[in-house]
Design a protein around this ligand. Structure first.
Ligand code: 5GP
Ligand code: ZN
Length: 115
């Protein structure tokens, strides 16, 4: 799989560095955030390197949304009271890792006990 050789999410996609992977298919994967905002905080990425959402081919964008849906279903086992789906594009918008990703953040009524 080609990608940015310095990119940490490409390395996770290529299994060159470890991550707690909760779902994977040909085009996409989902793994737990190393610094979770809540229990089950998951990142969904395309395996191929793109920086921002607008760069994604349409098919990849559709596959990402399908994976997000699967992850939301998987995370139901944690019984969240709600969840956020977030996507930051470029540093001004809060993007720290320049490999497009969606955050799925389960939310709990008592968030202090959530992690
Ligand atoms: P951003 O601010 O780019 O939208 O979010 C990047 C997210 O990636 C952050 O929530 C951060 O905790 C997570 N992250 C950064 N490095 C790693 C890593 O090496 N492994 C995992 N699993 N998550 C990471
Ligand atoms: Zn990458």
């Amino acid at each position: 799989m080609m990608g940015d050789i310095m990119c940490i999410f490409c390395k996770i996609a290529n299994k060159e560095i470890p991550a707690k992977i909760i779902y994977g298919d040909e085009d996409t994967m989902a793994f737990l955030d190393v610094n979770p905002r809540s229990k089950g905080h998951t990142l969904v990425i395309p395996k191929k390197h793109y920086e921002t959402f607008d760069e994604l081919p349409e098919e990849t964008a559709i596959n990402l949304i399908k994976t997000i849906k699967k992850v939301v279903n998987i995370l139901k086992s944690l019984n969240p009271d709600g969840y956020n789906i977030l996507n930051n594009n470029k540093p001004i918008a809060g993007q720290e890792i320049p490999h497009v990703h969606f955050h799925i953040i389960p939310r709990y009524n008592n968030e202090k006990e959530a992690i």
